[in-house]
Design a protein around this ligand. Structure first.
Ligand SMILES: [Zn+2]
Length: 269
């Protein structure tokens, strides 16, 4: 069985021979097929050209990326907790050095994902770390490009992964788009891992909300209002977005409320 990785988005596909004709993630109107056409990378070739990078963001929180990046430059976040470790989001490969480092830290209890653009190497990570459960919202199962017995669907709007670590399905960008609440983060003030369910934008303290980021298709005002009201019920002070330079170090909750108001005002003007 060969694993083929979509060069544009980082999704994995298992195939007995040639790569598939197209990538369902890129064909979706929330992503895109580049002007140069669909391209594939054989998984085994990446072992020689790519490696994970590792950086500590705050106590018990590590960002794991891929260097050089492929796909949309996804990053994963490893949360260490007394009841077990959780991986939030994923990157296309897990190299041996990083696998060993994670195993020395006690391994991972669960892999949780914000949305299908970050599913990438989740099955590879799960298998390499001993069959870690991959928690996916039921609504987004149709977007899985590489199936696995380790996928555990969850439904509803909230799911406690471990004590103090909770998934909230907010929808919007995808029906299953989620955020992860980490109560002990930011010195016990609470952290929200937002992916791009709530997208941190470059201006300090601001976020945005979109149906498609690359194709610039907005969400309706009622959806933005609904997402903002769900976020208002979560206790947090800091946000880590989906990419490494996207974070709001403090007063992030006020930032989400202010940003939603600004955006709705423009949508309805
Ligand atoms: Zn793709």
């Amino acid at each position: 069985m060969s694993i083929w990785i979509c060069k544009a988005c980082g999704s994995h596909y298992a195939s007995n021979d040639a790569p598939p004709a197209n990538c369902s993630i890129c064909d979706d109107e929330r992503q895109f097929v580049p002007e140069s056409g669909q391209e594939w990378i054989a998984r085994e070739t990446l072992a020689y050209t790519h490696a994970n990078d590792w950086s500590e963001l705050e106590p018990n929180l590590t960002s794991i990326g891929l260097s050089p990046t492929i796909g949309i430059g996804q990053r994963a976040l490893l949360v260490l907790s007394p009841r077990g470790n959780v991986l939030w989001d994923c990157v296309p490969i897990l190299d041996e050095k990083t696998r060993d480092r994670i195993l020395k830290l006690g391994g991972i209890k669960a892999i949780c994902l914000s949305h299908p653009h970050f599913y990438t190497g989740m099955v590879e990570w799960s298998e390499a770390l001993g069959g870690v459960p991959i928690l996916l919202p039921q609504a987004d199962l149709p977007h899985v490009t590489r199936t696995s017995e380790h996928i555990r669907p969850w439904s509803g709007d909230r799911y406690e992964v471990l004590p103090g670590i909770t998934l909230h399905r907010l929808g919007g960008h995808f029906e299953g788009s989620s955020v992860l609440e980490w109560e002990a983060g930011a010195d016990q003030n609470g952290v929200l891992f937002a992916g791009d369910t709530v997208q941190v934008v470059p201006g300090k303290g601001w976020v945005s909300f979109m149906y498609s980021y690359p194709n610039l298709i907005p969400l309706p005002a009622r959806e933005v209002r609904r997402i903002a009201s769900r976020v208002a019920d979560i206790r947090f002070d800091r946000i880590y977005g989906g990419w490494k330079d996207r974070f709001i170090s403090s007063k992030a909750k006020e930032g989400v409320a202010r940003s939603a108001e600004r955006y709705i005002r423009r949508l309805e003007s």
